[in-house]
Design a binder for this molecule. Structure first.
Ligand SMILES: [Zn+2]
Length: 105
């Protein structure tokens, strides 16, 4: 279990976008150049406007689907260290989960 931050994901968009779109028919050098010029911390709304959609900055809770700034990441870790099925939950949903536990105590 670990906490994840939307800002970390947004800061990595220029690198990930470049890896995804540098070759062949999907060359997007104009967008890559604009993304790489952005100051850190990178503003998610600016990234969305450059790319034209929110898919690269979306940071959604797997339970309520809200786009939030922080998520708890819980993964099934296999004996060999690889991660299996996982879930990302917002604070609101973890609080709701805790209320369910409290009802049991
Ligand atoms: Zn949630």
């Amino acid at each position: 279990m670990k906490i994840m931050y939307k800002q970390d994901v947004v800061n990595k968009v220029p690198l990930k976008f470049e890896r995804a779109y540098t070759n062949g028919a999907y060359n997007r050098l104009d967008i890559i150049r604009q993304l790489k010029d952005l100051p850190i911390p990178i503003d998610a709304e600016v990234v969305d406007s450059i790319i034209g959609n929110t898919s690269w900055t979306a940071f959604n809770c797997d339970n309520c689907n809200k786009d939030v700034n922080k998520l708890i990441y819980i993964a099934d870790i296999f004996y060999d260290g690889y991660e299996g099925p996982n879930i990302r939950l917002c604070k609101e949903c973890v609080t709701e989960a805790n209320k369910l536990f409290s009802k049991e105590d």
